[in-house]
Design a protein around this ligand. Sequence first.
Ligand code: ZN
Length: 117
Amino acid sequence: MTSRSSPYGQRWKNARVQFLTVNYRCVMCLASGVSTWLSPDSPNAIVDHKTPHKLKAAIDSGDPVRITEAQRLFWDRKNWQALCKRCHDSTKQRLEKSGEFGCDASGVPLSGAHHWR
Ligand SMILES: [Zn+2]
């Protein structure tokens, strides 16, 4: 509905539903021994990117190399995990505290989130 604010569109919506149909439990809840069932229809079901793709930032930067890399991360299903909203939000908050988010213009390698702390 807001194609301007979302570069992902219908293709992502379809892929998300497909993924959640197979991966229908929150992996973080599962890791702590809890089964949280996710319905693709529910806003509680999140397909999270383990490595942040930062596609929007890449597109905003106009750098074709960054855009290609962000798109690769975005569509790489090995980089996806099913999360409930609660786990997703708590993960995000932790990453924000570590400085992982909001510094993407500096080009700091994603896997080296801690090396400059
Ligand atoms: Zn969860």
